[in-house]
Design a protein around this ligand. Sequence first.
Ligand code: ADP
Ligand code: MG
Length: 707
Amino acid sequence: MSERINVMEIFGENVFNDAVMQERLPRKTYKELKNTIEAGTELQASTADVIAHEMKEWAIEKGATHYSHWFQPLTGATAEKHDAFISAPKSNGKVLMEFSGKELIKGEPDASSFPSGGLRSTFEARGYTTWDCTSPAFVKKSSDGKTAILYIPTAFCSYTGEALDQKTPLLRSMEAINKESVRLIRLFGNTTSTKVLPSVGVEQEYFLVDRDKYLKRKDLVFTGRTLFGAMPPKGQELDDHYFGAIRERIAAFMQDLNEELWKLGVAAKTQHNEVAPGQHELAPIYAQCNVAVDHNQLVMETLKKVAYKHNLHCLLHEKPFNGVNGSGKHNNWSLVTDDGINLLDPGKNPHGNLQFLLILTCILKAVDTHAELLRESAADVGNDHRLGADEAPPAIISAYLGEQLQDVLEQFIDKGEAEHSLRGEKLHTGVSTLPDFRKDATDRNRTSPFAFTGNKFEFRMVGSRDSVASPNIVLNTIVAEAFSDACDYLEKAEDFDAAVHELISKYATEHQRIVFNGNGYSEEWVKEAERRGLPNIATTVESYDILTREDTIETFEKFNVFSRAELESRAEINYEIYTKVVNIEAKAMIDIASKHIIPAVIKYVTELASSINQIRQACSVACVDVQEERLMESSKLLSETRNALCKLEELMDEASKQENGRGKAYFFMQQIVPAMKALRDPVDKLEMIVDKNNWPMPSYGDLLFEV
Ligand code: ADP
Ligand code: MG
């Protein structure tokens, strides 16, 4: 029997949160820190010393011996370096446990080994991590509870102040959207809210496979996805996994996962089985954007850690299995004032809510104007296998509004104003014991990449393994830009009301093409989108080109989110990461094909051949067509495999001679990726013929159905 856990008690128990600070810090210190967190005032060195001391004392009580500046370099993962709290030994040979304000505020990891895209050469290795006091510090314990480390969320910059991480531009973009949103709500007479922050809720999809089987799949071990693998007889066609009853082994895993996350202050809320066998989802309750981004990193780490404990392995790759649903992440985004008003809440009568309608149409304008940038923000090597496949939104950006808002905007387009809003009707089930209730005014659309869902937008293109920093940086910035343009106009208007009506109609009309309420997975939509002139960027590599386009640089520089140099460096890093990932995949394929698959097939055909010979010897008239057919077929596929392998090796040789950068990334995308597919095809056919006992690794069926 499991112990009963007290959720209210354990929630946030390892977080240096507001309650802990209020309790432990002197009043004056607490107030000063709150001021820094809320209004961005500078923190005095003496205050930092007091906070550091209390943080250390608290962490030691939790068992911590070390602290770590925790940051998010451009590798996609998080980085940490641990320092013990100990001071230099005194003359009596004893040490003290120390942690100064300076150590809290500033760290100096050797930055030379993190991607910098030319912003810093290896001999100029200095990089700094700086405490981000808007995201609470926490203590992370190992599964056995033996080690505990104090983690301090930090931003990571170069010696010259350029961002080398995800957090710095994210915080900058949050300042931009805050400033422009406050400007906008002031125009509508709001004098009480002092701050507007994006709220973000991230739904995370993942696969769980048995760890022993995982270890037998070198492709999964090296690359996170299967590079070979034939479809099992059963896939997801019966839809029996989605929302299906959760198996006990998985339920036990989820329970542990929740517990770990709750202790870290992550409000894990919803869990269910996803579409594919072996696939699941976790959604925490939304939080302030910066915290939500940090929390999502913690979710991904904790998924891996807890899976290990249950002898499972968590696959976060966007497409671990060909032909099976991939994994994504839904980034739910809204704008909320410090006094709790959600600016994306249309209210009961959207047609009369001019502030909401202006915000909505500004968002449409932003998304239409910068569709390519939003697409780029979800670009990731793994996501190329997912976007545009029939389970994921296509690579075309469009926005879904639903009937009610669509109708209101149409009224504006036709008449320059709206007089009514469609209402949700009563839901009648026809069963007297089931309560009737009023339905939402609008149904949902699961196929839209950017869907309005009641009081937030849900961006569904993001890949499961990717950080959600990029999409939020882009959203915050492009919406800030649209707000800024609108404010520039409205602040000068003589008749405010008329000017607002005019802008709503203008934006709704000019950016109508981005709105699509139909089936985003259909072939017709691809054609329709092309007719509308909407960009359709099929691959990750192509999408990176947008980062260094002049209009992109202008937008980001205007709102101080990225400088030209930072964007150029990011593009360069992205090309390089793409190249490296595909390079590893191709090398792993070559390795597995030559050392495991080809020898296994040779063994199989040899056994077949000797069995044919034996049968012939035993009885010259015995029929051996089945064996002969198989022998012919597998020998043919074996030689196709060899040819494809040689071709891939040749191309890899050619690739290795290319200079790093955009050209090399394109070479990998255009030459290596198709050559990998050409190698996979005959191997997957062979897997269907070769005796299962001879096949050198667990099959899709073993991985997906035997967890
Ligand atoms: P669904 O699957 O219906 O989209 P889920 O409950 O799985 O809904 O996930 C919705 C996510 O959106 C959750 O993380 C939730 O906390 C978050 N969310 C809800 N309201 C808002 C909001 N106003 N702003 C941002 N995120 C929100
Ligand atoms: Mg959802």
